[in-house]
Design a protein around this ligand. Structure first.
Ligand code: ADP
Ligand code: MG
Length: 266
């Protein structure tokens, strides 16, 4: 997207670091002082080899992974690691902001995490009733709209076990967008699917992007990265080592590491 000066920053991560405890080695560094701005309507694609910190970075954006250091703002909700981990973190204010911040984004994982004993409609309604406190009627109306949007109008009464992987993933997307998040976070949403089922999920994601949804996507789908992504962030060893506009990065990567990565997956 052009005119970055005129667009709002939806997500701003500053100098985020994250270590993971390790039994026999020194702590593993998942993320090393990473900063990332995501503007309204952006589709940011996170690329990098396995273990480079893509999931850790994505999960830090909604505090599913809590950075040991750094600051995060999503919409108008701010969070600061220092304050969080200090004694003041026990103040209710920090807890409240923490929960609010999490609710500002919707997340879709590689595995769909649907409730197997609930229908498609109930899966999508569930969060609206329980976290957003909506009435069942209101939640049903919104859920049905989102189910139609992901192309599953005729499946609302089915159980997850009766759906293909691609359909399940589209239910997971409907469930996440029903909460009207400021941004959507996707962690390899098509990696667990058979190749012929990936297209329907990517098409739904492309529609969302066209509608202006702000998205951060970890994916190995280079066609999607080029066609739908507008900004690419390339990670290695928990650091951003190169970033740029999609076509610039994909056609003309500057670092040797990114060149090698792209030639290996091509
Ligand atoms: P990617 O998604 O790019 O494959 P990850 O973000 O999952 O990479 O992992 C980055 C690094 O952090 C890796 O070295 C990984 O082993 C480590 N890591 C990630 N999650 C955990 C965890 N829960 N416990 C211990 N180490 C982890
Ligand atoms: Mg990952």
């Amino acid at each position: 997207m052009e005119n970055s000066e005129e667009r709002k920053t939806v997500i701003s991560l500053r100098n985020a670091s994250k270590w993971f405890p390790s039994r026999d080695l020194p702590n593993v560094r998942g993320l090393n002082s990473v900063s990332l701005d995501v503007l309204e309507g952006d589709v940011v694609v996170l690329l990098g080899p396995s273990g480079s910190g893509k999931s850790t970075l994505l999960r830090c954006l909604n505090l599913l992974n809590i950075p040991d250091e750094g600051q995060l703002r999503v919409g108008s909700v701010e969070w600061d690691a220092k304050a969080y981990f200090s004694a003041r973190s026990r103040e209710r204010r920090y807890n409240r902001d923490f929960q609010r911040l999490r609710r500002e984004t919707g997340m879709v994982f590689q595995h769909f995490n649907l409730f197997p004993h609930m229908t498609v409609l109930e899966n999508v309604m569930c969060g609206l009733v329980h976290s957003k406190g909506m009435s069942k009627d209101e939640a049903r109306e919104i859920a049905l709209e989102e189910i139609v949007k992901v192309g599953l109008a005729d499946r609302e009464g089915h159980y997850p076990g009766q759906l293909s992987g691609g359909q399940k993933q589209r239910v997971a997307i409907a469930r996440a967008i029903a909460t009207k998040p400021l941004a959507m976070l996707f962690d390899e949403p098509t990696s667990a699917l058979d190749p012929e089922l990936r297209g329907s999920v990517l098409a739904v994601m492309q529609d969302l992007a066209k509608e202006g949804m702000t998205m951060v996507v970890v994916t190995h789908e280079m066609g999607f990265a080029r066609a739908v992504g507008n900004h690419i962030v390339f990670l290695e060893s928990g650091e951003i080592i190169e970033e740029g506009l999609s076509n610039d990065f994909l056609d003309n990567p500057k670092t040797e590491r990114a060149q090698r990565f792209l030639s290996e997956i091509a």
